[in-house]
Design a protein around this ligand. Structure first.
Ligand code: ADE
Length: 326
């Protein structure tokens, strides 16, 4: 191979950016969200104003960041991206907000990670475009009110319940849930991405990848690229059983479940006799933290109907048991 690891990485990142839909026509699915956001943006454009702040929530990889890019593009506005963990201190927020070009779309990913203190600083910034900063400490401390350039905040989170309700209520442009995708939408996304990558997979290969993509575009695109790599190394076409053979090697089964998912289900079945098991006890048995179990492992298993969350804990369903016994 002639390319260095660095150039491989950068060319794959270029492809990642290339796979991100650059227009609303290319953004497949989530029709109701698109229709609502369209109204907010077009109305603001007609008034010659910035739209109110918008919040998107839903599982990882369903297109929240992509929406922020599309919103900025539609408004012809610059996009500034940051994330909740990156804004630790008041000074971090002040630096970001005071340096925005007027009319910027500010994207804060994982916005639930902002501390209460930062959330409180953000309220007046969202409402009246001003930031109250305390300078100095003790008796000599004083407050200055900075007036900020106009901006629209686009927030994204996988954990909307962790946002305080005062913060949630500041998203006047709407709070939108992005859900898992239908199989048909995922197939369309894979077909589109394959076209961008210059690939021509068979219908069967597209369906095979879609079935293993956990109803999530990011996983679909990543799996398409891995199956492409497998086919390239084995000198095979993207047809026939290439998806099944590649996924057998990757440890991804026909439903898109990985060994981590199977370990979760087996632990619930064996260590806890199918539950109910408290999430903390389950997490301890899996050597994971409870947050990861709740937000990474469980959403897709719940969607498959393999587990249930009850007041007394997690239980394995009949369907989940059937899967394990298959
Ligand atoms: N990539 C991520 N989300 C997408 C979507 N909704 N449509 C097309 N490609 C995507």
């Amino acid at each position: 191979m002639s390319s260095t690891p660095e150039s491989t990485v950068s060319s794959d990142q270029t492809f990642d950016a290339a796979l991100r839909p650059g227009s609303w026509e290319d953004y497949i699915g989530q029709e109701q969200v698109k229709a609502n956001v369209h109204i907010v943006l077009e109305a603001a454009k007609k008034r010659g104003d910035m739209p109110e702040h918008l919040l998107f929530y839903g599982p990882p990889g369903v297109g929240k960041t992509t929406l922020a890019h599309l919103i900025a593009r539609t408004l012809g506005a610059p996009l500034k991206s940051t994330s909740g963990v990156a804004i630790e201190r008041a000074g971090d927020l002040a630096a970001i907000l005071t340096n925005l070009d007027p009319g910027t779309v500010l994207f804060i990913d994982e916005i639930h990670q902002l501390s209460h203190k930062i959330e409180e600083l953000l309220y007046p910034a969202l409402e009246s475009g001003s930031l109250d900063l305390v300078l100095g400490k003790g008796p000599s401390a004083r407050t200055v009110e900075l007036s900020l350039p106009r901006f629209t905040l686009v927030g994204a989170t996988t954990r909307v319940a962790q946002l305080s309700s005062p913060l949630r209520s500041r998203f006047g442009g709407g709070v939108y849930q992005l859900d898992f995708y239908t199989d048909e939408d995922i197939r369309d996304i894979i077909a589109r991405s394959a076209g961008v990558l210059g690939l021509a997979p068979s219908e069967e290969t597209i369906a095979g990848i879609a079935a293993r993509s956990r109803a999530t575009p990011r996983i679909a695109n990543a799996l398409l690229k891995r199956v492409r790599d497998f086919a390239q190394v084995h000198d095979r076409e993207l047809s026939g059983t290439v998806c099944e053979d590649a996924c057998a090697l990757f440890g991804i089964d026909a439903l898109g479940l990985t060994k981590d998912d199977r370990r979760y289900l087996e632990t619930l079945a064996e260590n806890f006799r199918g539950g109910p098991a408290g999430v903390r006890a389950l997490a301890a048995a899996l050597h994971e933290d409870a947050e990861t179990v709740e937000h990474v492992y469980e959403p897709f298993l719940l969607r498959l109907g393999f587990i249930e969350r009850t007041l007394r804990g997690r239980t394995l369903t009949a369907r989940g048991r059937e899967y394990l016994n298959r």
